[in-house]
Each structure stands twice: as C-alpha cells, then as structure tokens.
Design a protein around this ligand. Structure first.
Ligand SMILES: Cc1cc2nc3c(=O)[nH]c(=O)nc-3n(C[C@H](O)[C@H](O)[C@H](O)COP(=O)(O)OP(=O)(O)OC[C@H]3O[C@@H](n4cnc5c(N)ncnc54)[C@H](O)[C@@H]3O)c2cc1C
Length: 317
C-alpha cells in the first residue's frame, strides 16, 4: 500500500470556520491550485483490506513525517476506530514517535481538523488524547451531532483513511499547574478531552519521576445519562492507575438505578473540592473546565460565587 493511494488532487478548496464562531463565514485559507491534499478518502467498503478489524501500522509512516505543524495540514492515518459511548467514536491515529506528544505537552492543547464537505473544507477544533506510554499514537474522541458538518464525517472515518490536522492551539499556560496541591477539572460531554490529555500526562510524569506529594485531582463530569459518559473503560482504568484521581459523574437524566449525583453542575458539586479555610490551600488550587459555550458561562458564574480567583482558573475554549 502506497501513501499516494490516499492522496488526491483538489481544486483550491476554501477553508471555512464554524457557523456562529468569530471567524464564521470568512474564508480562512485557500490551498494552492493543484496542490495535493490528503483527505479522508477510501475505496470499496471504506476499509483498506489489510486493515480490517485490527489496529494497523501504516507502512509509509516511517518515510513521511507525521507531525503537527501550525501553518500546514498533515494527513494522519486512522489505525483504529472504537465505539466510545452514545454517538461517540474514539479514533486512533499514527504519528511520528513522540511528535504529537511533545507538541501538545500534556497541556490540553487542541488541533484544527479539516473535513471536505460539499467540495470545500470545514474546520473545527478537536482535542487529542495521548494515552500514557503511547509514543506513535494519539486519539480523537468524536461526538456525532445531527446536522453537524464536521462531526458526522469525522465520526464515520474508517481505518486507512487520513484526516488532516494542524496545530497545536491553546491549552494551559506552561507551568500553570506547578505548585498546585488541588486540581479540579470540570468537563461537560466531550469537554472531557483536554482533561484526559492533562491527566494522562500526570500519569506519565508520575511513572517517570514520581512527586513526593502529588496534587489531589478531582474530575467532575457532566453528562446526560450513563450511556452518554465518554470513554468509560479508559476512565475506570485511569482511576486505578492514578490513585490521587477522584472521578465524579453528575448526570442530568440518569436511569432509575443511578444513585450518584444528579442535575446540572452546581456549587454543591464543586464546593467540597475548592472551598478551604486555609489561605495557603486556596492559593494552591487550580480549576479548569471545558464544554459547550453555555457551560462556560455557567461555570464562570459558579467560580465567581465560590470565590475562586481568575488566576486559578483556566477555560479550554
Ligand atoms: C477548543 C475546542 C475543543 C474541542 N474538542 C472536541 C473534541 O475533542 N471532541 C469533540 O467531539 N468535539 C470537540 N469540540 C467541538 C467541535 O469543535 C465541534 O464544534 C463539534 O464537533 C460540532 O461540529 P460540527 O461541524 O459537527 O457541527 P456544526 O456544523 O458546527 O453545527 C451543526 C449543529 O450541530 C449541533 N451541535 C454542534 N455542536 C454542538 C454542541 N457542542 N452541543 C450540542 N449541539 C451541537 C447543533 O445543532 C448545530 O446547530 C471542541 C470545541 C472546542 C472549541
């Protein structure tokens, strides 16, 4: 299988930002006419014959650097696709060893993903996850939205397809977690992805250079019901590997058998982990959150009500 099999020529595709975003409606970039662009392309049943039903290694990867670049698209090959919850898929991509890990730095950084939709590229941000000890692999958790231009195409990619990405973008400021003794992470839906990136990095650091007193980490996840919780097996496994990690699920419409916290995320769910009588403990607190725009507004109000200072807060947006 040669790499060229997955490359195709496209006439100057326009790249558009999501509707409603600050960049909405603007043509952000045009590829040069005749430029070879790797896209999500496949033949036959959509799965390369050598790739069916297993995680594969793309033979050409050793020759072509599969690295993240900020101003150029790289087509990363999908080597595995797993179900990851209701309407969610976990895609595993191959990359040059350590390339994506070192670009992201475990700081919850995201990438732009381009998908061809009706002859032009649509671009949306997604947050890669790198399981601890994975060197030449990274993952994207994708939730499929009805009518979603990019998520529907991305959800349906198959092993052997390539997906174009560029970045990294955003994330925690370098060293922001240094000196923190308590870290509270709040994620709504796929807002768990930057948290996975940060927590896997903590696990990796703990395995290579264990801290004498590791920070206590509380991960509060808001979802609709039990089936909507993304990447449940990976969360369970993380809990056993990182003993200072506490995972709390808050479900808005759980099944009758659910006996955990319910409703919308409120001060009641967060206060036990952020409020402290000791000033020094307050200073050592870091709180971060990620979710849909209305969730960010809601969390901003909650943090203010709980007396959390701006410098202690990071929003992944
Ligand atoms: C920094 C950042 C990181 C992100 N990381 C991830 C990630 O790791 N995994 C992931 O799956 N997504 C992630 N997202 C969201 C992602 O970028 C897209 O917004 C999402 O996949 C929808 O894009 P779309 O093109 O399919 O929908 P669009 O075509 O933009 O929207 C079409 C319709 O889809 C529905 N829709 C879109 N987004 C939402 C939403 N959030 N909630 C409810 N309905 C919605 C609405 O009905 C909307 O009208 C991230 C967003 C940001 C800002």
């Amino acid at each position: 299988v040669h790499e060229s099999r997955y490359a195709f020529k496209t006439p100057a595709p326009a790249i558009r930002a999501p509707p409603g975003s600050k960049r909405s409606g603007h043509v952000m970039q045009k590829a040069k006419p005749g430029l070879s662009v790797e896209g999500s392309m496949r033949g036959g049943d959509g799965v390369a014959p050598w790739a069916k039903g297993r995680s594969v290694t793309v033979p050409s990867a050793a020759r072509t650097p599969l690295v993240l670049l900020s101003h150029e698209w790289t087509g990363f090959p999908v080597v595995r696709r797993q179900e990851a919850g209701k309407n969610m898929a976990l895609l595993t991509f191959q990359c040059t060893p350590n390339a994506v890990r070192s670009s992201l730095g475990g700081r919850g950084r995201h990438v732009d993903v381009a998908m061809p939709v009706l002859g032009q590229d649509e671009v949306r941000p997604y947050t890669p996850i790198i399981p601890a000890s994975a060197r030449d692999r990274f993952q994207l958790l994708v939730k499929r939205y009805d009518g979603g231009l990019v998520s529907q195409g991305l959800f349906n990619v198959q092993v052997g397809d390539r997906v174009r990405m560029r970045g990294p973008i955003g994330g925690l400021p370098s060293g922001w977690l240094n000196g923190a003794s308590r870290i509270v992470m709040v994620g709504a839906g796929t807002g768990v992805t930057p948290m996975f990136q940060v927590v896997y990095n903590m696990l990796e650091e703990q395995q290579t250079k264990p801290a004498a007193t590791p920070a206590q980490v509380t991960l509060i996840l808001a979802n609709r019901d039990e089936e909507s919780i993304p990447m449940k097996p990976q969360l369970e496994s993380l809990k056993t590997q990182l003993i200072q990690l506490n995972v709390i699920h808050v479900l808005s419409t759980p099944s009758a058998s659910w006996d955990g916290p319910t409703g919308r995320i409120s001060a009641e769910h967060i206060a036990p982990f952020v409020v402290s009588d000791a000033d020094e403990h307050l200073r050592e607190l870091r709180v971060m959150w990620c979710g849909p725009p209305e969730f960010h507004i809601h969390m901003g109000h909650l943090a203010k009500d709980l007396g959390i200072e701006q410098g202690q807060v990071h929003e992944f947006a």
